[in-house]
Design a protein around this ligand. Structure first.
Ligand SMILES: Cc1cc2nc3c(=O)[nH]c(=O)nc-3n(C[C@H](O)[C@H](O)[C@H](O)COP(=O)(O)OP(=O)(O)OC[C@H]3O[C@@H](n4cnc5c(N)ncnc54)[C@H](O)[C@@H]3O)c2cc1C
Length: 491
């Protein structure tokens, strides 16, 4: 383009026309790249008009319930195995449209990461790998008619994978269910963070020493991996961030208690590593009370097993999990913890077309072996294996038994401390902490989340943690308080 015989230029002297061409070329290239990134199978589904998950164009359908670690891995594996088969539809169903990275949930609860940075939209993953997704809450399973009832209507299936995870187990203690906080979903993490910040805000204004003491006492119940990591993070949050911002609160007023009903913490872990965690906590002044069950919780405090009353405004329950009601209602034998016993190929006994995986499944690799623990690597391996067996059945081949070899444990204690048992190599202190951070950063779903969490951590490390009270969002509220209601209503 010329004006007055001269090429028009930007203020920096760059000619407009080549600049516009470069801009247009980049935009077009990006558009093509984005289009290419969607799998060929996805484009096929779009052309067939089957992307709403109603089965048009497909002759058989594998339905996966739950977009957690097990379900998501299973749906991706199924989509890859049936990538060249347009007759087969893979449909993933979850009540949330995001995948939650639970191992960093307690970082969201203690101002180390932004809650939105540990969730990832499932539809983006579905598009990339070529499966369908539906955001619906599952209400019932009709195994005879091969149908799943959801709040958006029924879904028929030819193969079903139940990966609905677990919920907090309060062991029938209604006062605990009513007054203690839990840590299972994003809104729970926001609620914990807000409760800790509220306690400091109120303590600043509270003249009565007894009342201040209760406000500044934090009780975590359950010394499994989640409870131990949470206690370490709460200690870090208080001592490296909140005390600086609340000058009216003195460090001596803080009391952090970890109560465990069993005689030891971190059951199942190497004893030397567990002892390191105990030493570390005692050096920081965290009270670890073993053989101390919590019997009752009120807004004022908690009653411990020996009748002792602990005044405290914050009680967080991490003492156990149980399968959701839908899983408890499945036919067949259930273990004492409610998980349904599955065959060696992960199918539900008597229903070779139904697979149960992850926290919902009680899977023993040998008759006298202990059940596999409810954790993310087990759920993911089971998800991959269930997909493989569905594929084999539909190829007319026999299904294969599941095998699993644990790679170890990584547990952060906060403040540059962690314990790790990786392939039998035991680490503690700073090296374990670095391994922990590197491992979980690499396991996060999506480059954007990895970058965001790395920045959150760096920001918290070199500058300060976030101490702003987060207003519960409508979505968060819908998932937190009514979570229980949802479980009752749907299961
Ligand atoms: C705070 C915390 C920290 C953890 N840290 C670790 C760790 O560091 N390492 C580790 O290995 N494991 C950890 N775990 C355990 C790990 O998260 C679970 O073992 C794993 O998520 C189990 O996978 P899953 O697929 O069975 O279930 P989940 O990952 O829980 O997924 C279940 C899915 O089902 C969906 N769902 C449930 N009910 C319905 C319904 N009615 N309708 C529709 N959708 C439904 C849920 O929304 C969810 O997306 C942690 C767990 C928690 C809570």
């Amino acid at each position: 383009m010329r004006a007055n015989g001269r090429q028009r230029r930007t203020e920096c002297g760059i000619p407009w026309r080549p600049l516009a061409l470069v801009g247009l070329g980049t935009a077009a290239g990006l558009a093509v790249y984005r289009r290419r990134r969607a799998s060929p199978r996805w484009r096929l589904l779009e052309q067939q008009g089957a992307s709403d998950g109603d089965g048009r164009g497909a002759q058989r359908r594998a339905v996966v319930l739950g977009a957690g670690f097990g379900g998501l891995t299973c749906a991706i594996e199924l989509a890859h195995r049936f990538a060249d088969d347009p007759r087969t539809e893979v449909l993933l169903v979850d009540r949330h449209n995001y995948h939650l990275f639970t191992p960093l949930l307690y970082h969201a609860a203690t101002g180390l990461v932004e809650p939105s940075h540990i969730t990832y939209p499932v539809r983006a993953i579905a598009r990339r790998h070529g499966f369908l997704f539906r955001e619906s809450a599952v209400q019932a399973l009709d195994l005879e008619r091969r149908q799943v009832q959801t709040d958006d209507g029924p879904i028929a299936y030819d193969a079903l994978v139940v990966a609905l995870g677990s919920q907090t187990n309060f062991f029938g203690l209604s006062s605990v269910a009513q007054h203690a906080l839990r840590l299972k979903e994003v809104p729970d993490a926001v609620a914990i963070r807000n409760r800790i910040i509220d306690a400091f805000e109120r303590a600043e204004l509270e003249p009565d020493p007894e009342r201040r003491r209760a406000l500044l006492t934090f009780l975590v119940v359950g010394a499994g991996a989640t409870g131990v990591e949470l206690v370490g993070a709460i200690h870090g949050y208080i001592f490296s961030a909140l005390l600086d911002e609340y000058p009216g609160v003195r460090p001596q007023e803080i009391r952090i208690v970890l109560a465990e009903a069993a005689p030891e913490i971190l059951r199942g872990l190497d004893r030397e590593l567990a002892a390191h965690a105990l030493r570390e906590f005692s050096a920081r002044g965290v009270e670890v009370r073993t053989s101390t069950p919590v019997r009752r919780v009120t807004p004022e405090g908690a009653e411990l097993g020996d009748g002792e009353w602990l005044p405290c405004a914050t009680v967080i329950w991490t003492a156990g999990i149980e399968p959701v009601g839908l899983v408890r209602g499945l036919p067949g034998e259930h273990a004492r913890d409610g998980r349904v016993r599955v065959e060696r190929d992960l199918s539900l006994p008597g229903h070779p077309e139904v697979y149960v995986i992850g926290d919902a499944a009680h899977c023993q690799l040998a008759p006298d072996a202990p059940a596999l623990p409810p954790n993310a690597p087990v759920a993911m391996e089971e998800g991959r294996h269930a997909a493989r067996n569905i594929w084999r059945r539909w190829q007319g081949q026999a299904t294969l038994p599941f095998h699993y070899q644990s790679k170890g444990e990584l547990i952060s204690l906060g403040r540059h401390q962690a314990i790790a048992d990786v392939y039998g190599v035991k680490l503690q202190g700073l090296p374990a902490w670095l391994v922990w951070r590197a491992y979980y950063l690499s396991r996060l779903v999506g480059f954007k989340n990895r970058l965001a969490v790395a920045l959150d951590w760096s920001f918290a490390y070199f500058w300060r943690r976030d101490t702003a009270r987060l207003e519960p969002q409508p979505l968060a509220t819908a998932g937190s308080v009514p979570h229980e209601a949802a479980c009752t209503a749907h299961e």
